[in-house]
Design a protein around this ligand. Structure first.
Ligand SMILES: C[S@@+](CC[C@H](N)C(=O)[O-])C[C@H]1O[C@@H](n2cnc3c(N)ncnc32)[C@H](O)[C@@H]1O
Length: 223
């Protein structure tokens, strides 16, 4: 068995026992596939991690940047109480349409709002609404803007909020300080902002699995 076959097999084993897809998440994946959305959603066990983080956080409000077909949105929204709120920002109207259907099928449409547009345009509009601080922010959109999204997340959260940034390893490319690839530059800026910002305490973890070699960063808002 090759190394990557072993990663897949272990992911399948963990997923089967700890985070199996149910009818709703399976249908969300199926409809995303049918609509030819890219296969860049989190895996089931990563979705379960997001749900657990939101539950541990006691989250009532979640902001997601990067909806795709709403797969991670469903996992996160399942952690919310009946009066919770999740706002998910998505650039591509076609992705948002698929997500909206998937979220409605999951019975989560009362909690979740998908807003269409470039997140850097949606975020100031959201801030103008003066929403209560978000308890958890999940950043998973165009990686080139990761540091900008982190700055917005800081404006929209308060002490104790949790910020999760996905795909911070990029197959190891994040370690290349000379890279001029937008995703690497954006992700390095976000990691360095977490490390240097007085209001943030964070770390980042490398992962392997069905999605290859990648990882995520976690940051807690301190003040
Ligand atoms: C990695 S996918 C999100 C996957 C999703 N979180 C999941 O795990 O199911 C990234 C999404 O971000 C969206 N996106 C890309 N650039 C964006 C932008 N500037 N503003 C908002 N969304 C953007 C893409 O259209 C895509 O749907």
């Amino acid at each position: 068995m090759s190394e990557s076959q072993a990663w897949d097999a272990v992911d399948a084993y963990f997923t089967d026992h700890l985070a199996p897809d149910d009818e709703v998440t399976t249908a969300a994946l199926r409809d995303s596939e049918a609509a030819e959305l890219p296969h860049v959603n989190v895996t089931a066990n990563q979705g379960k991690l997001l749900q657990l983080l939101a539950e541990i956080q006691g989250a009532r409000t979640v902001l997601e940047i990067g909806t795709l077909g709403g797969y991670s949105t469903i996992w996160l929204a399942r952690a919310l109480p009946a009066d919770g709120r999740l706002i998910s920002l998505e650039y591509d109207p076609r992705h948002a349409e698929v997500a909206t259907r998937n979220i409605a099928r999951a019975g989560l449409d009362k909690l979740v709002e998908v807003r269409v547009g470039a997140a850097l345009e949606s975020l100031p509009l959201l801030a103008d609404e003066n929403p209560p601080p978000f308890d958890l922010v999940f950043i998973d959109a165009d990686k080139v803007n990761n540091a900008r999204y982190l700055e917005w997340a800081l404006r929209l959260t308060s002490v104790g909020s949790l910020i999760v940034v996905d795909n911070v390893v990029r197959g190891g490319r994040v370690a290349d300080a000379d890279s001029d690839a937008g995703d690497v530059v954006g992700t390095r800026a976000a990691i360095e902002l977490i490390g240097s910002h007085p209001r943030l305490s964070g770390t980042a973890i490398q992962t392997v699995g069905a999605k290859g070699y990648d990882g995520f960063a976690l940051a807690r808002v301190l003040a």
